[in-house]
Design a protein around this ligand. Structure first.
Ligand SMILES: Nc1ncnc2c1ncn2[C@@H]1O[C@H](COP(=O)(O)OP(=O)(O)O)[C@@H](O)[C@H]1O
Ligand SMILES: [Mg+2]
Length: 238
């Protein structure tokens, strides 16, 4: 039975999709079967995987019976994914939950890449999720948004959240250009699960729309995957 995890942040551009893809890859490297489901109707998963041209159906089509779930699932860069429908009309939480429950038997993990904000897309993702990863970069605006997202998800029935601090730069933290790690944890009120460093390869990947190289952050994503799996690995800031 797949574990169902929503990846949210409140604010946009914080690294939700990057973390979702990085975690998918790191779990796949541990021989886990992962399905990455895009809940952001601005749609970035297929684009960031370089597979936008290959998408015929999205999970909304599967929910509404226009195709089977397996017809909607694409694969790119070794990751299975479901693209997001352009609109959430007619897609009730119950229907979405039913589809995800149906897929549960075929995977070890269903990862839900949430949109920015705390609206309809997040609500649909939370309807089918058991736990959450909240992504925050170490700055006050993102931290407040992450705190709010975690609180909203709790009201949506997903109380079990863990924090990923993304784009951390040791020198900027030391020189107080970014919040320090303890402050981010205190202000979000969410337990830390991983720190992902700023990675110039990931930054470039955003432009290339393809995540080919991510050497600098690779180990951090592997540690995140290990902790998601329940292993006691150190919370190193690499
Ligand atoms: N750890 C990182 N290091 C460098 N760039 C990053 C990192 N995480 C995300 N980015 C970049 O930040 C931008 C926004 O990331 P994205 O995952 O699309 O955010 P979101 O899904 O929260 O909107 C992308 O260009 C991405 O490549
Ligand atoms: Mg995104």
């Amino acid at each position: 039975m797949a574990k169902r995890i929503v990846i949210a942040s409140g604010k946009g551009g914080v690294g939700k999709t990057t973390v979702a893809i990085g975690l998918s890859k790191a779990l796949a490297a541990r021989d886990k079967k992962v399905l990455l489901v895009d809940f952001d109707n601005l749609r970035s998963v297929d684009l960031m995987l370089g597979a936008a041209e290959n998408v015929v159906f999205d999970w909304g089509d599967a929910v509404l019976g226009r195709c089977t779930a397996s017809e909607a699932i694409g694969t790119a860069q070794g990751i299975s994914f479901l693209a997001c429908p352009p609109r959430y009309d007619d897609l009730t939480p119950q229907k979405v939950k039913r589809l995800m429950k149906e897929l549960e038997a075929d995977y070890d993990y269903l990862l839900f890449d949430a949109p920015a904000g705390v609206g309809a897309g997040l609500r649909l993702a939370c309807a089918a999720a058991q736990r959450a990863i909240v992504v925050a970069t170490p700055d006050p605006v993102c931290v407040r948004a992450a705190c709010r997202a975690a609180q909203e998800m709790e009201t949506m029935g997903v109380a079990n959240s863990r924090l990923v601090i993304n784009r951390a730069v040791r020198r900027d933290i030391r020189q107080k250009r970014l919040l320090n790690i303890d402050d981010v944890i205190d202000k979000t009120g969410v337990q830390l699960v991983a720190i992902i460093p700023e990675d110039k390869y990931l930054r470039k990947a955003g432009i290339d729309n393809i995540l080919l190289s991510w050497q600098l952050s690779y180990e951090a994503f592997c540690n995140l995957a290990a902790r998601v799996e329940g292993e006691q690995v150190p919370l190193a800031f690499l």
